[in-house]
Ligand binder design. Structure first.
Ligand code: DX5
Ligand code: ZN
Length: 237
């Protein structure tokens, strides 16, 4: 098992705070997951997004700590990080397992637990950056009451969580702007769902710095080329 403490938190925070495209493995070909991740790492990706789903918080079941562990050495070896998005009920139960498997940042949904503060603290104690996600129907202002010292990242879902390949919800742009204005500068703003070459630029203009892209990258016959095209559209250096 990869040990979290050998990942300096500063590297994680630097990577989360820059303008980046974060390919989501949800749409990858799982029969060749390692090779697919390598392809986007070679194309320049430094944040790999991992969508954990439990069949309760969202209907589908995907994967958990085993896949984080399987990817950790390869991703860390490339100087990249694993950005784990937990779409699971009561995420506090799994923070330890996911961190020990090699996650660098762990994002929970505030709709999934009555213990948001406790869970974010537990993520920090496990040595990871802590994120809070909100689904489209959850007001941006829900994050206002979370102590910003507990938060490294805010994630705005721009589709309803659970599936790749959905249409970007246009109202997300205004919501991203409101979130960016309400959050201190040190908190990264991630957008997730329906991000592709045509929607990436407006997400950046609205204030997002971390853009998750699943089907637009791994649904393409050329993931590296698709990654590069979205990065160009988003103005990623
Ligand atoms: C959906 C996941 C996303 C998903 C995005 O619930 O959180 O990360 O992979 O997929 P696309 O980019 O296809 O909308
Ligand atoms: Zn996600």
């Amino acid at each position: 098992m990869a040990v979290q403490t050998d990942r300096p938190a500063e590297t994680t925070l630097r990577l989360l705070r820059g303008r980046r495209i974060a390919p989501s493995i949800l749409s990858a070909d799982f029969a060749r997951l390692g090779a697919q991740v390598e392809e986007v790492l070679d194309a320049g990706a430094r944040v790999i997004h991992v969508d954990v789903m439990d069949g309760h918080f969202v209907p589908p079941i995907t994967f958990g700590a085993v896949i984080v562990d399987a990817l950790a050495d390869r991703v860390h070896g490339a100087g990249a990080i694993l950005d784990v998005h937990l779409m699971i009920d009561r995420p506090e139960r799994y923070v330890g397992d996911i961190a020990r498997a090699g996650a660098d940042s762990i994002t929970i949904h505030i709709e999934a637990t009555p213990h948001v503060h406790y869970t974010l603290s537990a993520i920090h104690e496990a040595g990871c950056a802590a994120g809070a996600a909100i689904s489209p129907a959850t007001p941006a202002a829900s994050l206002d009451e979370i102590g910003h010292e507990l938060l490294d990242l805010a994630l705005c879902m721009s589709v309803n969580p659970g599936w790749g390949g959905q249409e970007f919800i246009p109202a997300s742009l205004d919501k991203l702007g409101r979130m960016r204005r309400a959050l201190p500068d040190h908190v990264a703003l991630e957008v997730d769902g329906g991000v592709h070459e045509q929607t990436a630029r407006s997400c950046v203009e609205a204030g997002a710095n971390l853009l998750v892209t699943g089907s637009a990258v791994f649904g393409s016959a050329d993931p590296a080329g698709a990654y590069a095209a979205i990065a160009r559209a988003a103005g990623v250096a």
